[in-house]
Design a protein around this ligand. Structure first.
Ligand code: NDP
Ligand code: 2IT
Length: 449
């Protein structure tokens, strides 16, 4: 871990004290603080405006009871959250996660990172995140609906199309967004673009489903082009088999790469012929089964229990697309031993700080999540624009805008890394590029919060 300057170390210590035991949140804050040192050395105005102190404290956070009735007529209780981290450059914007591991630390790390990610897209969106420890796995559609309605009954008091616009994340896809949107509409008696990731029949945008995965591939290709290479012809490993992983595999394959492994929380599959995505979509999206089912349907494919082992599969490019801290130092060592050339983060904060340091020290091209997976929220921003215009754009038009945005995120992160003396370090470059606009906006809007 890099040593912090006295000024930043002091602020970080306050953040640690105020958020005791919130490991994920502190990990995310520390990485950004380390990256911003070279900027703050030159910007005493931002130091004076207390920008760092303010950025590390959410503007607002609500936590609430979500009670609902299961199919056995038993009352169940979960905890819901929404963190509204920063409205400096636009309404709060960020996904909702339903997973048993959700707690305040997880929601705060995601909301903190979202602020910088959204700024990188160039669109006017602030940072927020929400979720619940509810586990949709194994629940009936009716149970998921009742949960979503109860969750939204409280959340609706805190959001709005010009205030805070949630979307999906782990465990929240089109089904859950639909139930939440329906409930918001009933309560508010308004048809507005209060959520993104909506179905196409009620205000959703083409490409939003695919956007995060497509964007990851566009970004990775930019990294490769800058190094005189390209995605085509490379062997790729993608962890996860949810929304982000699925459309990453689709686009990587369309761009001429060969994806040979995918996973879920129970284990990973290897298919040296190249993953058959139709089979994966049928298993995961339609039948909602485990990825191990793949080997019953595709000859020659193998399943290995335990998800961490996926990083021992030899590849040129590794794309972690499941969850936080899924790629640790041991995984990084295994990837390096097998000659990995590129690691791009599809999930949010999937690599531990030790893994990032090791990969970068060994010359691996490393694409950080805030930049690489920003295509999802960028397309959410395009969904908001279309809702405001009461228009919908074609698939090609949205995809083209997404490509332009991903290219510009890469170019801006690279330029910032060069400007501050860390040429090619996209972790530092993306943090700086995302920070600049937010910091400027905070400075000019005064210090009420
Ligand atoms: P999904 O719920 O669609 O898929 C999640 C995948 O990750 C599943 O395969 C799941 O396996 C696996 N996974 C989840 N938690 C764990 C865990 N604790 N250990 C191992 N595997 C796990 O979510 P998304 O694809 O939407 O999200 C994946 C990542 O991408 C997250 O980090 C999310 O924050 C990030 N992201 C999502 C965006 C979006 O638009 N959806 C945009 C930008 C980033 P299993 O089914 O077994 O739980
Ligand atoms: O982490 C993310 O960027 C998301 N889950 C998408 C957020 C959004 O508002 O589309």
């Amino acid at each position: 871990m890099a040593k912090l300057s006295a000024y930043i170390a002091d602020i970080y210590e306050q953040v640690e004290k105020r958020n005791t035991g919130e490991a994920e949140f502190l990990q995310a804050v520390r990485e950004v603080f380390e990256s911003l040192e070279p900027v703050l050395e030159q910007r005493s105005d931002l130091v004076q405006a207390g920008v760092m102190e303010r950025l590390a404290e959410p503007e607002r956070m609500v936590s609430f009871r979500v009670s609902w009735v299961d199919d056995q007529h038993k009352v169940q209780v979960n905890r819901g959250y929404r963190v509204q981290f920063s409205s400096a450059i636009g309404p709060y914007k960020g996904g909702i996660r339903f997973h048993p591991s959700v707690n305040a630390s997880v929601i705060k790390f995601l909301g903190f990172e979202q602020t910088f990610k959204n700024s990188l897209t160039g669109l006017p969106m602030g940072g927020g995140k929400g979720g619940s420890d509810f586990d949709p796995k194994g629940k009936s559609d009716q149970e998921v609906m009742r949960f979503c309605q109860s969750f939204m009954t409280e959340l609706s008091k805190h959001i709005g199309p010009n205030t805070d616009v949630p979307a999906g994340d782990i465990g929240v896809g089109a089904r859950e967004v639909g139930y939440m949107f329906g409930q918001y509409k009933r309560l508010a008696n308004e048809f507005t673009g209060v959520l993104t990731g909506k179905g196409l029949s009620y205000g959703g945008s083409l490409v939003r489903t695919e956007a995060t995965g497509f964007g990851i591939c566009y970004f990775t290709n930019e990294m490769l082009i800058n190094a005189g290479e390209q995605l085509a012809g490379k062997t790729v490993v993608v962890s996860g088999s949810g929304n982000v992983a699925t459309y990453t595999v689709q686009k990587a394959t369309e761009m001429g790469a060969k994806v040979i492994a995918m996973s879920d929380s129970s284990g990973y599959i290897v298919d040296l012929q190249g993953i058959n995505l139709d089979v994966v979509k049928q298993i995961k999206e339609v039948e909602r089964l485990r990825i191990s089912e793949y080997v019953n349907r595709v000859n020659g494919a193998e399943f290995t229990p335990g998800c961490a082992g996926i990083w021992t599969v030899p590849c040129d490019i590794a794309l972690p697309c499941a969850t936080q801290n899924e790629l640790d130092k041991t995984a990084a060592e295994a990837l390096l031993a097998n000659g990995v050339k590129v690691v791009t983060e599809g999930a949010n904060m999937p690599s531990t700080p030790e893994a990032v340091e090791l990969l970068q020290a060994n010359g691996v091209l490393f694409g950080p999540a805030k930049a690489a997976n920003a295509g999802g929220v960028a397309t959410s921003g395009l969904e908001m624009s279309q809702n405001s215009l009461r228009l919908s754009w074609s698939f090609e038009e949205v995809d083209e805008r997404l490509k332009v945005i991903m290219k510009s995120i890469f170019a801006n992160a690279l330029a910032a890394s060069k400007q501050y003396g860390y040429a090619g370090n996209l972790v530092i470059g993306a943090n700086i590029a995302g920070f600049q606009k937010v910091a400027e906006a905070m400075k000019w809007q005064g210090i009420a919060y």
